[in-house]
Design a protein around this ligand. Structure first.
Ligand code: SF4
Length: 687
C-alpha cells in the first residue's frame, strides 16, 4: 500500500496541510491533513484540485542560454561569470534578485545570504512586497519586530471577528470556514469592512462599505469612541505602551458624524460597529490586501494596531490584530529577512547587527543599507542602473504595477536570468538564461503560514528532466562565484540548521523569532518535522521587542481622500478570484478551476453600467493613466457606485484582454514601498 505523504498546499497563506498519495505516472490523490493545525482536514477548491496541476505540460525541463538547451555546468558558469563581471565593473548595487513568496524558506535563505553577505548589496526584493510589506512596516513601528500576534485558534475563541479589506470567503477559504464554524458553535459576531459587498459579507452581522482609503478615519474614530466610553485599558497603556505627544489630540478630534461622512457609511451602522467592538473584549481584527495594498497601507495597519493596543486586546485568547498573508511562504521570506528593507532573520541594518551577521556568515562584503524595493528596482533597471537581474519563481511582467513599463525595463536589461518551473511565462520571454526549477510536489523544505506555523513541503515525485531545487541552483552559482565553503549545503536540512542558528544571533534577547530548538536537528528529524508555531502567544506578558520593551502607539491621521478627476471619474479596485492563483501558471491547468470564472470580468454597479450604456456581458475598456485593457461586463449591485473591480490573473498568454497589471500606477506607500493596487483613477467605456 502506498503511504500518503504529508505536505503543505502550494497556494495561499492559510498553509493547509495535505495528504498526497502518489498513484503512479505523476498521478496523485489529494486530501486534507486532519492533523494539521491550519485546516484539520479541510481543503478549498484550489487545494483539492492540486492533482490536476502536477503534469509536465509546459514545464521547463532543461537549462537554456539564449533559447538553446545547455548543460547545468555551462548555465551556472555563465550566470556566475555575468554577475561577477557586472559587479566588478559597476559595483554590487548594479545587480539584483527578484524572488517570491512561492520559494521555500531554504531557497529564500540561500538567495538572501548570497546577495546580502557575499555580493554585498541588499538588492533582493520579493513579490511579497506587493502583498504584505505594509503589515511588516506596521508591526515594526508598533512592536519593534515583524510579529503577527495571533493564531487561527484565536478565531475559535473570539466573540467578535472584524474583517477589514479581506474577502476571506474567496482568498482564505479555510480560514473563512473556520470563522463560520466558530460563529455556529459560539455565536461569535462578524463585521466586514470592505468597499465591495463580497461573498464574505453573506451572513455577516454588519457590512460597512466604506469609501476606499478611509480606513484610518474609521479606526481612529473607533479608538475615539472606545476612549469616550472608558474602554481603553489605562493600566495597560501606562505599563506597556509609549504614547507620543499629540497622539490623543488626533484621536479625540474624531467624532462619529464626521467619521461616517469621511467613510461614506451610515452613521447608525458605524455606531453599531463601534458599540459592538466596545462591548466585546474578545475581538480579532483580521486584515489583508484591502489594507496593505494602499498608498497609506502602513498607517492603516498602525491605526488597527493602535485600537488593539490601547484597549489591551492583544496577547490574550481571542483578542488580537491579525494580518493574514497572501502567499504560501510570504512569512518564511520575512523570517529569513528576504526583503530589501531587512538584513536577515528579523534583523535590520543597525551597525551592530550588520557586524553580527557579517561574523556569522564570515561575509566578505556585507550590505550596509537597505536595497531597492520592487517598484524602485524595476525603475532602476529601466534607467540602466541595474544591469543584471535574477527572477526566481515569479512573473513581474504581469504582476507588477505599470507592467508595461516593467516589460520595457526587462527588455532593456543587459542580463536577465529566470529560474522557474514553467517554460514560457511573460517574464521568461525576456530571459537570457532560463533555469529549470522544481515545482510543488517536487520541492523539499519548509514554509510558514499566516499564524507562524512552520510546515514541511515534501516531495511526492522525482524532479522531472533536469529540474533542480531553487536552493541548489543558487548554491551552485554562489560556489561558481568563488564562495564554496559558505555555500557547502548538500541538502535542505543543512540550510535549515544554519537559518535556525542565525535566528539565535540577536541582541539582548528581545526578538521573538528564535529557532534555537531547531539548531541541532538531525536530517531524519528534519524529514519527520511536524508543524510547529514559533513565538508562543506573542506579547502575552506585555513585553514587546522594542529597546524599552514597550509597544508604540503611532499618531496616524487620515490623509486627504483621492479626489474624483474629470478624465478619470471612476476608481479601479483589483483582486483575486476564488479559484485562480496569481498569473494562473498552475491553476490555469485545471479545467475544474476554470468553471467558477472563465474570463476576466469588470464588475460595475448597476447605476454606473446604465450611465455608461453597458449591459451584462458587453465588452468594456478600462483605461487608466498607465494603460488600457478590455473586459466583459458583470453588473454587480455589491459594487459601490463609481468603483470598478477587475481580477489580477490574466496574462498575454491566456487572453488579449483582462490585463489588469497594465493599469495600476507604480505609486507606493512611503513606509513600506508597497504599491497601491486598490484605488487607481480610471475611466470605463464601451468598446
Ligand atoms: Fe490551499 Fe489556501 Fe485553499 Fe488552504 S485555503 S487549501 S492553503 S489555497
Amino acid at each position: 500500500m502506498v503511504t500518503a505523504i504529508k505536505t503543505t498546499c502550494a497556494y495561499c497563506g492559510v498553509g493547509c496541510g495535505i495528504l498526497a498519495t502518489p498513484t503512479g505516472d505523476r498521478g496523485v490523490t489529494i486530501a486534507g491533513d486532519p492533523d494539521h493545525p491550519a485546516n484539520a482536514g479541510r481543503l478549498c477548491s484550489k487545494g483539492t484540485h492540486l492533482g490536476d496541476t502536477v503534469g509536465l505540460e509546459g514545464r521547463l525541463l532543461h537549462p537554456e542560454i539564449a533559447g538553446r538547451r545547455t548543460s547545468w555546468d555551462r548555465a551556472i558558469a555563465h550566470v556566475a561569470r555575468r554577475f561577477a563581471d557586472t559587479i566588478a565593473r559597476y559595483g554590487p548595487d548594479s545587480v539584483a534578485f527578484y524572488v517570491s513568496g512561492q520559494l521555500l524558506t531554504e531557497d529564500y535563505y540561500v538567495a538572501n545570504k548570497l546577495m546580502k553577505g557575499f555580493i554585498g548589496s541588499a538588492n533582493i526584493d520579493t513579490n511579497s512586497r506587493l502583498c504584505m510589506s505594509s503589515a511588516v512596516a506596521g508591526h515594526l513601528r508598533a512592536f519593534g519586530e515583524d510579529v503577527v500576534p495571533a493564531s487561527y485558534d484565536d478565531l475559535d475563541d473570539a466573540d467578535l471577528i472584524v474583517l477589514v479589506g479581506a474577502n476571506s470567503a474567496w482568498c482564505h477559504p479555510i480560514v473563512h470556514q473556520r470563522i463560520q464554524a466558530a460563529r455556529a458553535a459560539r455565536g461569535s459576531r462578524l463585521v466586514v469592512i470592505d468597499p465591495r459587498r463580497t461573498e464574505t459579507c453573506e451572513g455577516a452581522d454588519l457590512h460597512l462599505p466604506l469609501r476606499p482609503g478611509a480606513d484610518v478615519a474609521l479606526m481612529n474614530g473607533l479608538l475615539a469612541y472606545c476612549r469616550a466610553e472608558g474602554i481603553c485599558d489605562e493600566q495597560y497603556i501606562a505599563q506597556h505602551l509609549n504614547v507620543p505627544e499629540g497622539f490623543w489630540d488626533i484621536i479625540d478630534a474624531c467624532d462619529l458624524w464626521s467619521t461616517a461622512r469621511t467613510c461614506d457609511v451610515p452613521p447608525a451602522d458605524l455606531r453599531r460597529f463601534y458599540e459592538l467592538f466596545a462591548r466585546t473584549p474578545r475581538t480579532v481584527t483580521m486584515f489583508s490586501q484591502g489594507i496593505n495594498q494602499s498608498l497609506r497601507g502602513t498607517d492603516q495597519v498602525n491605526a488597527i494596531l493602535n485600537v488593539h493596543l490601547a484597549t489591551g486586546r492583544i496577547g490574550k485568547p481571542g483578542a488580537a490584530p491579525f494580518s493574514i498573508t497572501g502567499q504560501p511562504n510570504a512569512m518564511g521570506g520575512r523570517e529569513v529577512g528576504g526583503l530589501a528593507s531587512t538584513l536577515a532573520a528579523h534583523m535590520d541594518f543597525a551597525p551592530d547587527t550588520i557586524a553580527r551577521v557579517q561574523r556569522f556568515w564570515s561575509a566578505p562584503r556585507i550590505a550596509e543599507k537597505p536595497g531597492l524595493k520592487a517598484v524602485d528596482l524595476f525603475r532602476r533597471i529601466g534607467e540602466g542602473k541595474v544591469k543584471a537581474l535574477w527572477v526566481m519563481a515569479t512573473n513581474p511582467a504581469v504582476s507588477m504595477p505599470d507592467a508595461g513599463r516593467v516589460r520595457e525595463a526587462l527588455a532593456a536589461c543587459p542580463f536577465v536570468v529566470v529560474s522557474d518551473c514553467i517554460a514560457d511565462t511573460d517574464t521568461s520571454a525576456f530571459a537570457h538564461v532560463k533555469l529549470p526549477a522544481a515545482g510543488w510536489g517536487e520541492k523539499d523544505g519548509t514554509v510558514t503560514n499566516s499564524e507562524r506555523v512552520i510546515s514541511r513541503q515534501r516531495p511526492i515525485f522525482a524532479m522531472p528532466g533536469e529540474a533542480r531545487a531553487d536552493w541548489w541552483i543558487v548554491t551552485q552559482v554562489a560556489r561558481a562565484m568563488g564562495w564554496r565553503n559558505a555555500f557547502a549545503f548538500e541538502r535542505p536540512a543543512d540550510v535549515w540548521r544554519e537559518h535556525a542558528r542565525l535566528s539565535t544571533y540577536q541582541n539582548g534577547g528581545t526578538r521573538l523569532f528564535d529557532l534555537r530548538a531547531q539548531v541541532a536537528l538531525s536530517n531524519a528529524d528534519y524529514d519527520a518535522m511536524a508543524p510547529f508555531r514559533w513565538g508562543g502567544r506573542p506579547f502575552a506578558d506585555g513585553l514587546y521587542s522594542t529597546p524599552d520593551g514597550r509597544a508604540r502607539l503611532l499618531p496616524v491621521a487620515q490623509a486627504p481622500l483621492q479626489p474624483v478627476l474629470a478624465d478619470w471619474p471612476m476608481t479601479l479596485n483589483t483582486g483575486r478570484y476564488r479559484d485562480q492563483w496569481h498569473t494562473m501558471t498552475r491553476t490555469g491547468l485545471s479545467s475544474r478551476l476554470s468553471v467558477h470564472r472563465q474570463e476576466p470580468l469588470v464588475e460595475l454597479h448597476p447605476e454606473d453600467a446604465l450611465a455608461l450604456g453597458l449591459a451584462e456581458g458587453a465588452l468594456a475598456r478600462i483605461a487608466t493613466p498607465q494603460g488600457a485593457s478590455v473586459y466583459r461586463v458583470h453588473i454587480e449591485p455589491g459594487q459601490r457606485c463609481g468603483e470598478a473591480f477587475a481580477p489580477i490573473h490574466w496574462t498575454d498568454r491566456q487572453s488579449t484582454g483582462g490585463r489588469t497589471g497594465l493599469l495600476s500606477r507604480p505609486l507606493v506607500d512611503p513606509h513600506s514601498g508597497q504599491p497601491g493596487f486598490k484605488a487607481t483613477p480610471a475611466r470605463v467605456e464601451a468598446v
